[in-house]
Design a protein around this ligand. Structure first.
Ligand code: CA
Length: 230
């Protein structure tokens, strides 16, 4: 995942950059809106973090420009950073096409969580079909299937099984933590208990393992999709 960070304050920018890099993102940092616009003409990013308070072209103007139709960045997730009392900036930023905002100062874990949510949403929107080995999840058509030779066999999934599998597929081949899976499930049911993840993982195993797709437990962490050789 490659991110563009647009922030003129060197201290703030290096803190954010360090945190994002530690979290496994590749980060390109630029200090002005003009430079960001230039970079976006030739390079593509999975998301951009844009400070509103920039010298010359501000973050709002940059957001407006990168949303112009025809720009490769027109669908890129954008998170804007605003000052505490700048409600007007936040509203205007969202109106101009920003997807989310953070009010300065903020805690890094919250920025990371917001980014993950943005990236997930944009992946789900741009990739209608998620696949892993013979398994395909058509997120637009809500259809799960496994391919075996020429045959496409539909797998019947309940909504919570779907949620767990979709999350695992988005992150595959990396493992997904149990906590994150639980958070994904909480959208369905506020009363959900921590062992719900195990319940749905076990049901998914029953449906997928006969087709060579395994949900491997990562001890003390979560689960990962793996292909099972016959
Ligand atoms: Ca600034």
């Amino acid at each position: 995942m490659r991110l563009l960070l647009v922030e003129d304050d060197v201290m703030v920018a290096s803190g954010i950059k360090l945190g994002l890099t530690d979290a496994g993102y590749a980060v390109d940092w630029v200090g002005s809106g003009e430079r960001a616009e230039e970079v976006l003409r030739t390079e593509s990013f999975d998301a951009a973090i844009i400070d509103i308070g920039l010298p010359a072209m501000d973050g709002l103007e940059l957001t407006r420009r990168l949303r112009r139709p025809g720009m490769a960045s027109s669908a890129m997730p954008v998170l804007i950073l605003t000052a505490r009392d700048a409600l007007h900036d936040r509203v205007q930023g969202l109106d101009l096409g920003a997807d989310d905002y953070m009010v300065k100062p903020f805690e890094l874990p919250e920025l990371l969580a917001r980014l993950r949510a943005l990236l997930r949403r944009s992946q789900a929107a741009t990739t209608a079909v998620l696949s892993f080995g013979p398994l395909e999840l058509d997120t637009a058509g809500r259809r799960a299937s496994v391919r075996s030779g020429e045959i496409d066999q539909v797998i019947d999934l309940g909504p919570r099984e779907w949620t767990v599998l979709e999350y695992l597929l988005i992150h595959a081949p990396k493992p997904a933590s149990k906590d994150k899976l639980l958070q994904a499930l909480t959208g369905w049911d506020k009363e959900i208990t921590p062992n719900a993840v195990e319940v749905y993982v076990s049901r998914l195993r029953g449906k997928l393992e006969p087709h060579g797709v395994a949900l491997r437990s990562i001890r003390g962490f979560g689960y990962r999709l793996e292909l099972q050789l016959p």
